[in-house]
Design a protein around this ligand. Structure first.
Ligand SMILES: Cc1cc2nc3c(=O)[nH]c(=O)nc-3n(C[C@H](O)[C@H](O)[C@H](O)COP(=O)(O)OP(=O)(O)OC[C@H]3O[C@@H](n4cnc5c(N)ncnc54)[C@H](O)[C@@H]3O)c2cc1C
Length: 460
């Protein structure tokens, strides 16, 4: 329980204008994108790394729980103060791009920088930061690193972890450490950067992030493959990639999602399709782009596609991406609550995984619209239920558990990009054995012996 003396001490560190403890703000900071609510006892905005260090040291000495928070767009409750204590908010002050090093193609940022702001800043200089979660306009780079966010361009360019070169991190006792270097190669010592990526704010607070940049590709076109069935589309995914296609993105929409996009948002998409694959190809010469499109066309048609369309005009490309980016919000026509999971399987298992997911939905009587990053084997599975119907909710959770078990049995994972947080914590024992979970606890204890940093997340 936070005492007045604690609020006073924290105000002395950051200034009274950088701490909220009034009811309205506590409610405002009690949510993330899961829409589950846990109220903090105060929200504190550090102005710099020294503030973070002083706050953590004080909280550690006084057993005050801290939940780091970027934009609160997480889908698994990572930024929710499930055990009370304070929210450590990065969005107010910690949002400067500190450096863009053109010669080494590296950017150094504070953790509260919005993903898209970095993309825009580096693109103005001819460079490119590929990780582009659908939440790019509001999610922060600190949140992206802490969840190891993926995005639409992961099929070709990888995910956040592939771009994190170095971190500055404040440990729960207030000590400041550096992990990683601004070098291409670095094999000195344990890979602490790797442990911190996707650690969901449970080990330390990121205070500075060094990210790799690439040259911006000069030519981009979009494509859409139209398939009669999901199975055909899923076969086309891994077979086209194995045949040498190297698309920037290969995104999947099933027929329920297509129906929802048409009905809810009036999006123009082909009628009667069982599934669509859409994406981009890019290159530094136009021939490279045309070559990639040709490989995709051939593979898609060989795997049952009834149509292959190319969008080269910006307005046509934007229309395709509008459909993909709005898939998540359109499917609410099928139920007031979506139990939304982001499973990931080896790509060759996609056809059988999708078949089993729909069969589990049918068994429980739920619609299960699916979409997502098929090129990475990462699919957003949405079990649609009536949120006010307790029986449906409990059956929905049983359906999710069956899906997780099936995915893990075929060599897949509980989460491709949204993390474990609170909502998937109950399923950790499906994916990890006792020894593996004990190792996670030992790592947590080594960083945070007093368990003040984001406890209960990831089942820790
Ligand atoms: C519409 C929508 C679309 C989305 N699309 C995608 C997508 O395509 N790909 C994807 O991967 N995700 C996606 N997400 C999920 C979410 O945007 C990502 O997980 C994102 O990385 C979270 O960033 P955030 O700034 O909102 O972090 P928050 O939600 O605030 O926090 C996430 C976690 O990071 C920790 N954290 C935040 N900052 C720090 C810090 N400085 N130090 C230590 N820990 C910290 C928090 O404690 C928490 O555990 C989407 C979400 C929405 C709402």
């Amino acid at each position: 329980m936070l005492k007045d003396s604690h609020i006073k001490a924290l105000s002395d560190i950051v200034g009274s204008e950088n701490i909220y403890s009034d009811k309205a703000h506590l409610i405002a900071y009690s949510y993330d994108a899961t829409r589950t609510r846990y109220e903090p006892e105060a929200v504190v905005f550090p102005r710099d790394e020294n503030d973070i260090s002083a706050i953590l040291k004080y909280c550690n000495e006084n057993q005050i729980i801290i939940t780091p928070r970027g934009a609160g767009s997480g889908f698994t409750g990572g930024a929710l103060p499930a055990n009370g204590g304070i929210i450590l908010g990065m969005e107010k002050h910690m949002k400067r791009i500190l450096e863009i090093d053109m010669e080494n193609m590296v950017a150094v940022v504070q953790p509260g920088v919005i993903n898209k702001d970095l993309q825009r800043a580096v693109e103005a200089l001819g460079l490119f930061y590929p990780p582009d979660p659908a939440s790019e306009e509001y999610s922060t780079l600190g949140g992206n690193v802490s969840e190891n966010a993926g995005g639409m361009r992961a099929a070709k360019y990888g995910i956040t972890k592939d771009y994190v070169m170095a971190l500055r991190v404040v440990l729960p006792n207030g000590d400041i450490i550096r992990a990683g270097k601004r070098t291409i190669k670095d094999v000195a010592g344990y890979n602490i950067t790797g442990i911190l990526i996707a650690s969901e704010g449970t080990l330390g607070v990121l205070s500075e992030i060094t990210l790799k940049l690439l040259p911006k590709p000069k030519f981009v076109k979009s494509y859409m493959g139209v398939f009669p069935t999901v199975k055909d589309a899923m076969n086309a995914v891994f077979k086209s990639l194995a045949a040498g296609a190297n698309p920037v993105a290969m995104e999947f929409l099933d027929s329920l999602v297509v129906q929802a996009l048409k009905e809810k948002l009036g999006v123009e998409l082909p009628s009667g399709a069982g599934a669509l694959l859409i994406g981009d190809v890019d290159g530094n010469v136009s021939q490279e782009v045309e070559f990639q499109l040709e490989i995709l066309r051939e593979s898609f048609i060989a795997n049952g596609a009834t149509d292959f369309k190319i969008a080269d005009e910006k307005k046509d490309r934007d229309a395709l991406w509008y459909a993909r980016r709005n898939a998540s919000q359109s499917i609410t026509i099928f139920g007031s609550k979506k139990l939304n999971e982001d499973i990931s399987v080896p790509r060759s298992k996609l056809p059988i995984a999708l078949e089993k997911i729909y069969a589990i939905g049918t068994k429980y009587g739920f619609k299960v619209p699916c979409f997502g990053h098929a090129g990475d084997g990462n699919i957003h599975v949405n079990v649609m239920v009536d949120g006010k119907d307790e029986k449906q909710l409990s059956n929905g959770h049983r359906a999710i558990e069956e899906i997780f078990q099936m995915v893990v049995d075929m060599g897949g994972t509980l989460s491709g990009e949204h993390g474990i947080g609170l909502s998937k914590a109950p399923f950790m024992d499906i994916a990890f054995n006792e020894s593996e979970r004990a190792l996670f606890s030992a790592v947590k204890k080594a960083f945070d012996p007093n368990n003040i940093l984001n406890p209960s997340k990831m089942g820790l």
